[in-house]
Write a protein that binds this ligand. Structure first.
Ligand code: KG4
Ligand code: ZN
Length: 337
């Protein structure tokens, strides 16, 4: 199978994205149409609005990915599309488009797991790539999971969140503080000016399942603290709350990732997903990993949040292994890696 030019399509949440990659190495185009302004009015993603906006945007986004790459549809060798996990109404838009395009153009189609794609996004920087096996932390708005990654198509789940994802905790705490959606970037920004130890928010270490996560208790603790300050009639120290909250999340993410690396005896760790664009997480992880003699890898920021280059890249490896979909394939709201 010739997979020289692969088109990736991603519509699992609120970003309509398409990308063309060449020879499984070079990203020729990476187009992302974000709906964030529409959903921020509601303080979070409204699934029905998300799928309607994908319907409106998908054709233009794909055309734009092809024209930025300087190629026509006929030149594509294969199509890769996100099959799950995600919002079903959103997934169906990209998936149906991909299926129809693959049938009409007589091109192979492969279905990509969104978490898998986030994991492999760390390989989109050709100059700084981890070596297998490595410990990978996927940390986004929908997922917080640790994996032992043995190969491009081989990952073992070590642990995952029992309740909220870390990005979801950022978004919920932002809502409590009256900050806009999504909360991660704005909290990260305000935290830079705050005290990281003013509020000792709880960390869920979960000693019996040390690679699992839990962030709902932390979110509740922030809510209680904010209410207490409101009742006392004082101003909410937003920057200190952001900094202390961010510190609690990052402390847990970093410690658990390092503990997994130690236990599995790997030399490399990778942190991927929307929260991996957090500056304080990147700095803390780099310093602590170095102190333990580990190498730490992050995707470039454009590949941390949802994009289709990571889908095309993962699809490239699946196609190389002969993994394709038939015309009766479906999408999945839950899809384990
Ligand atoms: O990977 P992503 O775009 O979508 C999912 O697959 O969920 O991640 C989005 C999440 C949101 O929860 C957002 O608040 C969070 O990533 N995020 C951040 C930062 N940038 C985005 N969280 C913390 N710090 C950031 N700088
Ligand atoms: Zn994602």
């Amino acid at each position: 199978m010739n997979n020289r030019l692969v088109l990736g399509i991603e519509t699992s949440c609120d970003e309509t994205a398409a990308s063309v990659i060449l020879e499984g190495t070079t990203v020729l185009s990476n187009i992302v149409a974000s709906q964030v302004e529409i959903h921020s009015e509601y303080g979070g993603i409204v699934p029905e609005i998300a799928s309607r906006k994908h319907v409106e945007a998908i054709h233009a986004v794909i055309n734009s990915a092809l024209s930025s790459a300087g190629i026509g549809f006929g030149e594509l060798d294969a199509i890769a599309v996100t099959q799950g996990p995600g919002l079903v109404g959103s997934l169906i838009v990209g998936f149906s488009y991909a299926k129809a395009a693959a049938i009409a153009g007589d091109k192979p189609l492969t279905g990509v797991n969104h978490i898998h794609a986030h994991m492999l996004s760390v390989f989109l920087d050709a100059e700084k790539r981890p070596r297998f096996p490595f410990v990978g932390l996927v940390v986004s708005g929908g997922h917080t999971s640790l994996y032992l990654v043995r190969g491009f198509l081989n990952a073992e789940l070590l642990g995952q969140t029992r309740d909220d994802a870390a990005g979801e905790a950022f978004d919920k705490v932002a809502k409590i503080l009256g900050l806009p959606y999504p909360g991660g970037p704005i909290i990260g920004h305000l935290a830079q000016k705050g005290s990281r130890n003013r509020f000792p928010f709880p960390r869920a270490w979960l000693p019996t399942t040390p690679f699992d996560f839990s962030f709902s208790g932390l979110k509740t603790s922030v809510l209680q603290q904010v209410r207490k300050i409101e009742h006392s009639g004082q101003d909410i120290p937003v920057e200190d709350i952001c900094a202390s909250f961010e510190e609690a999340v990052i402390d847990v993410l970093v410690q658990k990732t390092l503990a997994a690396a130690r236990q599995k005896g790997v030399q490399d760790v990778a942190i991927v997903g929307g929260v991996a664009s957090n500056r304080h997480l990147r700095q803390t992880m780099l310093v602590k990993a170095k102190a333990e003699g580990l190498r730490c890898f992050f995707p470039n920021k454009e590949f941390c949040t949802d994009n289709a280059a990571m889908v095309a890249y993962t699809g490239y490896h699946q196609l190389k292994a002969g993994i394709t979909l038939g015309p009766d394939a479906d999408v999945y709201s839950r899809l384990p890696l």
